[in-house]
Every structure is written in C-alpha cells, then in structure tokens.
Design a protein around this ligand. Structure first.
Ligand code: GTP
Ligand code: ZN
Length: 287
C-alpha cells in the first residue's frame, strides 16, 4: 500500500521519510528508475512510498516540487522566517532588507520575526512595525520572556519553514521556546568550507511536536546578492510596485517623473527601505 510522506534527511543512499499521517519515520531505498531518469529526491520532497518491513520502505514516486532552494538544497519551502533584533545585536535594517531581497528573489514567502522585544521600548517596536507591517507579516516576540511565542507557533504549524537571520538574533532560542528540545545547527563553519566547492550541505528537517517542519540549517547565511541583476532589484521591493514612473524601466534613482521617489517624499514608502534599495543597487552596479 502506498503512503505519502516527506523526505526529512539522507543516510548515505537511503532517505528517511516521515509519514504525513502517522509521523512515523521510514528508512527508504530509492527505486532504480530514479537513477535512470537522473532524478534524486532531496530533503523536503513529498514522496509516495511503500512500507516493506518494520520501519523500512521504498520510495516509489517523487511529487512535483512547488519550489527548490539551492543552498541549502531543500524542496517545497512554504516560508522563510527572517529573524532580526534591534538590540544585542543591533541589526541594521539594511541587513534585514538584504535578507528580504534574497527571499523575494527566491520567490518564497517571507515572514519577519523581531525577537528580543524585552530589550525594546514601545516606540522602538512601533517604529519597526510601521515600516514593515504593510509589506510583510511581522511577529514581535521574546524568546526570553516567551511573549508572542504562542502566536508564532501558529505561523510554523503544518508548514515546511526555513529560518534566516544574523548570528545571535535568537533563531535557536526561538525554536527552543516554541518546541523545547529542538535545536538549530550553527551553520557558519560548514557554509564557509562549502564556498567555492560544490559539495552539498547536509541538511535535515526537524519535526515540530505540534506539526510542521523546520530546516536545521538557516538559509541565505552568507548574504550573497551578487547573482541579482541591478535592474531586477526594484522588483524585489514589493511595495515599489504600487507606484508608476514616467519611464517604465525606471530604476528609481535619479530619473525624472519617478513615482517611487515621490512616494518616499510623501511618506507612502518608508525612507529606510528606499535607502536600503539605493545602497544595494549601488553595490550591485559596482559588482
Ligand atoms: N534578552 C533576550 N535575549 C535573547 C532572546 N532570545 C535569545 N537571546 C539571547 O541571545 C543570544 C543568541 O541567541 P541564539 O538563539 O543562540 O541566536 P542564533 O540566532 O541562533 O545565533 P547563531 O546560532 O549564531 O546563528 C543568547 O545568549 C540568547 O540567550 C530574547 O528574546 N531576549
Ligand atoms: Zn521610478
């Protein structure tokens, strides 16, 4: 009898498939036809498999991927949860905007989590809220005091997620708060070793007790934006798309009749977002 599950990790040539209904894990062989067809399941793949003996099975079919992230290699991501903080460490908004650009470029939905709100004033929280809430879903939490943690559980529930965010913002602490016992891999070293070499980063999905999966390795760790064309950048700031410019190919820098610049002046687009845009644009132009 065929069952459905998700590939959560690999052990040499075998895949560990977690059953969708029961949550049981099966050590699965791959059918020979995959090799002939030169397809290989990756972590995040939704597969049909047949259980053989206890806890062992064989993957029969890989269902079409909704999306695929190259590094770390993972399929069917429902959302990227970008975690940031404004104190300890004070992450510049421009860094957050860079993560958001990378998520947009990968065509994945982004969710923002501002952690460590126990260290912030109401004004600081509201300022952040004002900038981002009209563009992305934003959650305000403290992994320390557990404020906002219950609401965040709902965000992760029954989805395949990956996290992103600078070192020290509290990614592991948040996961431990929403699901005690889960722990996130510190990826910096392996990411550095991998650079330039085309070895695959070993990644696995961890299962939440309340349903859903999280990649154990944060995405976009090196914040590399060099693969983005400078003319493409404007499309990665979704709020810019609501405004019209005299020139349809306007890059919103110093062209006349720029609707985006006008919107910034009128407070309809936030200044910090526009400044991030200009900085990243310049960086892409200079290569
Ligand atoms: N005050 C305060 N401190 C926090 C909060 N969340 C995490 N911390 C602290 O921030 C530090 C970093 O937290 P981690 O969870 O290790 O951060 P991370 O994002 O996983 O860091 P990397 O593993 O380096 O990527 C730890 O000392 C935590 O105790 C919070 O909500 N409030
Ligand atoms: Zn323009």
């Amino acid at each position: 009898m065929r069952r459905k599950g998700v590939v959560i990790k690999f052990l040499s040539n075998m895949a560990i498939v977690q059953d969708f209904e029961t949550g049981e894990e099966f050590l699965c062989k791959l059918r020979g036809k995959f090799k002939e067809q030169k397809i290989r399941p990756i972590v995040g793949d939704i597969v049909e498999y047949s259980p053989i003996v206890s806890k062992e099975g064989v993957i029969e079919n890989i269902l079409n991927r909704k999306n695929e992230l190259p590094r770390p290699k993972i399929a069917n991501i429902d959302q990227v949860v970008v975690v940031t903080s404004l104190r300890k460490p004070e992450v510049p908004l421009q860094i957050l905007d860079k993560y958001l650009v990378l998520v947009e470029n990968a065509k994945l939905p982004a969710v923002i989590v501002l952690n460590k709100i126990d260290l912030l004033t109401k004004e600081e929280i509201n300022k952040f809220k004002y900038i981002y809430e009209k563009i992305y879903p934003v959650y305000f939490v403290s992994a320390k005091t557990k404020e906002g943690i219950e609401e965040l559980k709902e965000v992760f529930k029954n989805k395949i997620s990956t996290m992103a965010g600078m070192s020290g913002v509290g990614k592991s602490s948040i996961l431990n708060a929403i699901n005690p016992g889960l722990s996130l891999k510190v990826n910096d070293v392996s990411e550095k070793l991998d650079r330039g070499r085309h070895t695959t980063t070993v990644i696995e999905l961890m299962h939440f007790d309340f349903g859903g999966w999280i990649a154990d390795t944060p995405g976009f760790a090196n914040l590399d934006i060099s693969h983005i064309e400078h003319e493409e950048l404007k499309r990665l700031f979704p709020e810019f798309n609501d405004f019209y410019c005299l020139f349809p190919d306007c890059n919103h820098v110093d062209e006349p009749g720029c609707g985006v610049k006008k919107a910034v002046e009128e407070g309809k687009i936030s200044k910090t977002r526009y400044e991030s845009y200009l900085q990243i644009y310049k960086q892409l132009l200079e290569g």
